[in-house]
Design a protein around this ligand. Sequence first.
Ligand code: FAD
Length: 417
Amino acid sequence: DSVDSTDIAIIGAGPAGAAAAAWLARRGWRVSVIERNHFPRFSIGESLLPQCMVHLDSCGLLDAARAGHFQPKNGAAFTYRGQDSAFDFRDKFSDGPGTTWQVERADFDQRLIAGAQAFGAQAEFGMQVTDFSGDADGQRLTLVDEQGDSRTLSARFVLDASGYGRVLARLNSLARQPSLESRCALFTHVEDRIADPRYDREKILIGLHPQDPNVWFWLIPFANGRASLGVVGERSRLERGGADDGERLWHFVRQEPRFAELLHDARSVRDVDRIEGYSASVETLHGPGYALLGNAGEFLDPVFSSGVTIALDSAMRAVPLVERQLQGENVDWQQDFEQPIRRGSATFRAFVEAWYDGRLPAIIFHHRQSARIRTMISAVLAGYAWDERNPYVSASERRLSRLAEVCPPLTSLSVEA
Ligand code: FAD
């Protein structure tokens, strides 16, 4: 049983792992990324937020991503019973970029990890992390390859960026019950063949089901004429839509007038997939000699496309702390890592809860909304969930409730002919 050693071992080569690897490798640290799959590999999570661009720049991967010539994105459009409301991220309260991309993750993630490798990070694919032990002085990971052969990797620090694999949460029993209800998503990629000149490919389109606003849709166009299409709702509700997931997805899509019209000529280019029970959380995001990044720690809900942003944010918060710790400094992981991450995710959580209980849709579709307030909401939707100068960040819950009280409820919107 051979033992290799490295400074930092990173579990998973998704955006969180690649960003952390790039930053640390550029600073001269020995970095080993262990990835169970072979890249390029499919992943859901295709609509980015402008806040991501700041993090991609900080870790040195912005040019590598830019070379993908991805579909530009400048906002989010919403549709409900023939009514439309769009937020342009360039018109936002917070400072920072106002545009980003919509990406096929197979290509995007491949470019990021290749960028990290170009900075000197080692990456091994087809290699799974199956066990973990350690303390503040050093960590040991058990790696198992596709033949079933195992070896040990010792590291001074471990970053868990294993996404839905949730490696350390499982091995260290850190999981805690998520506060959000369990929902289900059915999705595919289509050749969209959208010819409507009013359709804006630079925005994600979110639709609410006309009879049941708890069921919602996404349409995320890519640069190559394809788009990601999905529906989200309670599993039992979605399963009443047909005999299999393919039938169910299209059954619901045909019920939403704007989606039905836009996609009347669309063709699926991959099987309909399902992911459910994706909300997850942990008791703590750090321990002696390790920290949890991105989805390996917490995931809320797909509605605001915040997953990759939170993943990159956590990676960029962790890396300078890892460096300081390896240089012998005392690091307060609770104050400098966990607390800011929890604050940002509390902002998104307030928005997610307001989305599902109808307050946020009422706000979004209220057409006489103050322009100033719309810029504040736009900033959060653009991913600037840590800008405490924004009242919809510093007091999200209270602000959303108060604003919703003066907006007509969603059900009062009429169905247009
Ligand atoms: P991942 O990208 O999941 O990467 C983790 C990697 O770790 C994987 O490559 C995996 O193979 C590897 N791994 C796992 N276990 C092991 C192991 N034991 N050993 C070695 N390697 C391992 N986010 C957005 O930003 N925009 C969206 O539009 C969006 N839409 C979504 C829609 C749905 C329905 C859902 C459920 C999520 C959506 N998300 C979205 C969230 C997004 O998918 C994730 O937040 C994001 O991919 C997290 O990145 P990550 O780097 O933490 O993990």
